[in-house]
Design a protein around this ligand. Structure first.
Ligand code: NG6
Ligand code: CA
Length: 501
């Protein structure tokens, strides 16, 4: 058993679409990330940490509930007006920690849905993060390329003028003749041009997905978004020094549209994608320095990771492909965001816990982001169900660097809930119909009518499908995946016994 720490504070800093190869400490040679490199030098750098999905909503759903996303049919990339997909009675990471005396906050990107299906952006928003375990919430509803482009503070849109109410509509033709769209007025796309999926309402010179009008005083400024989330995060930390806290600091970088603060524009020579990664890296440094200044660094376990793998062209003309040069956002991995290959869900993960973990170590344990719930609950001494087959496993010893093996297996998914099994050094991708390439993004999907089996120790780039030579292994992994699919959902989704750790 892990030696119980005094209840540590927890911070998860979660990047949006950052790849396994995007940081210098993960092999990038052209994109300086000094703060994350320093964090790795003082902490633990993981090489087999997986988000549960290659896209955002399902991945974040698992982070917060500990359940695999394909168990919930609504856990798919959500529009900005989608209802919340976590039930009020569902077990959550913040809710579990709150029962153990923690103050909890989410600041940044939400993308798990808000409201009950008929959301009133001008009234009280319910349910919202405050209903699933967070004491404080300051979020963008979905993504920075989706309307509404406002921050939701608790249950209310921040800074909203009641005389300028917000309306939001997804799909169809523009219902608001008074607002400009990228489709009809491309000359008004003054910040950057975009494709036909990102040319609805223009906000701040950028075409977005979805139509909206009103809420002018509440509209965010893309260039200061990073500072807004950072300041709020620092304040939450300072205000909660006297009892344990959990902060889910959900960065919006490097998701599209990539618009850094002017302080970072042009600093990397890699275009906006490089610059927002530099900005993200700086934010991490600011949080770590703030913890130190507050005397909290040794009481706080900070995890940095990403919700899914990287993409260069995700719909905006921001030169990401042209300026990338020889930088490889996925590092040695195949695929990328949306993909069933490892580039989709295998992500950087760094843990800082000064004085509690051996500095500068690398850990190759198999870890799933669904494990934060069970692991943090254990470290906090929270009540948590013991259930062998639960999707969330207690990997506290992995997070402390004591265990370098981790899980026996884990499941990830590409877009469309297409599941993949990793067991030990094996990755098994079942047969799937569909294109082998997202041509506009240059990302291999993993679709193949034949089963695929890769030995990740020998072939990290998944170039050599050895399914034909290992028919028995394929059968074994296929039935294991089927069995996991058939497992009883974890606690919070169906009744199980609860015990105190
Ligand atoms: C896709 C968007 C993409 C991005 C993604 C969500 C299109 C063609 N593309 O549907 O731009 O917003 O959704 O990204 O609409 S995620 O990181 O939040 O999953
Ligand atoms: Ca994402």
């Amino acid at each position: 058993m892990t030696e119980r720490m005094k209840q540590p504070n927890f911070i998860i800093i979660y990047a949006d679409d950052l790849g396994f190869g995007d940081l210098t400490c993960y092999g990038a040679s052209e994109l300086p990330t000094p703060n994350l490199d320093q964090m790795a030098t003082e902490g633990i750098r993981y090489t087999n940490s997986y988000a549960t999905a290659a896209t955002c909503t399902p991945s974040r759903y698992s982070l917060l509930t500990g359940a695999y996303p394909w168990r919930n049919k609504n856990a798919k990339i959500l529009p900005g007006d989608a209802p919340m997909i976590i039930g009020k009675d569902e077990r959550t990471l913040p809710g579990t920690l709150r029962t153990a005396g923690y103050k909890t906050a989410v600041i940044g990107k939400w993308h798990i849905g808000l409201g009950d299906g008929s959301i009133d952006w001008n009234g009280k928003i319910s349910p919202c993060p405050l209903d699933v375990g967070f004491d404080q919430s300051y979020v963008m509803a979905a993504t920075n390329d989706r309307v509404p482009c406002v921050f939701v503070d608790g249950r209310k849109v921040d800074n909203l003028d009641p005389n300028d109410p917000i309306s939001v509509v997804y799909g169809g033709e523009n219902p608001f003749p008074e607002v400009s769209t990228g489709k009809d007025s491309p000359d008004l796309l003054t910040m950057m041009h975009s494709d036909q999926q990102h040319y609805d309402t223009i906000v701040n010179g950028v075409g977005r997905i979805g139509f909206c009008r009103g809420g002018r005083s509440a509209t965010w400024d893309d260039q200061t978004m990073s500072d807004v989330f950072l300041e709020r995060s620092k304040n939450f930390i300072s205000e909660n020094k006297t009892q344990p806290f959990f902060l889910y600091y959900a960065l919006h970088q490097p998701h599209v549209p990539r618009i850094p603060s002017p302080r970072f524009a042009g600093v990397t020579g890699k275009g906006p994608r490089g610059d927002v990664i530099a900005e993200l890296d700086w934010c991490v440094g600011e949080i770590l320095a703030h913890l130190k200044a507050e005397g909290l660094d040794e009481d706080t376990l900070v995890v940095f990771s990403s919700d899914n793998g990287p993409v260069l062209d995700d719909g905006y003309d921001d030169d990401a492909c042209e300026k990338c040069g020889s930088h490889k956002p996925t590092g040695p991995l195949r695929g990328g965001k949306y993909s069933m290959f490892d580039g989709g869900a295998r992500v950087p993960m760094i843990v800082s816990a000064p004085g509690r973990v051996k500095a500068g170590t690398e850990n190759s344990a198999l870890f799933s982001h669904s494990d934060f719930l069970s692991s943090f609950a254990h470290l906090a001494g929270a009540k948590f169900p013991i259930q062998e087959s639960a999707d969330s496993q207690n990997m506290a010893e992995v997070l402390l660097g004591i265990d370098t093996i981790g899980r026996d297996n884990l499941v990830t998914e590409g877009i469309g809930s297409k599941t993949v099994l990793r067991q030990g050094n094996w990755v098994y991708i079942p047969p799937h119909e569909g294109p082998q390439l997202f041509a506009d993004k240059g990302i291999e999907t993993g679709n193949d009518l034949n089963p695929q089996l890769y030995d990740m120790d020998a072939d990290i780039g998944q170039r050599d499908n050895i399914a034909d030579k290992n028919i028995q292994k394929v059968e074994e992994l296929d039935s294991l995946l089927e069995q996991i699919h058939g497992d009883t959902p974890p606690e919070g989704h169906s009744p199980v016994d609860v015990c105190s750790l």
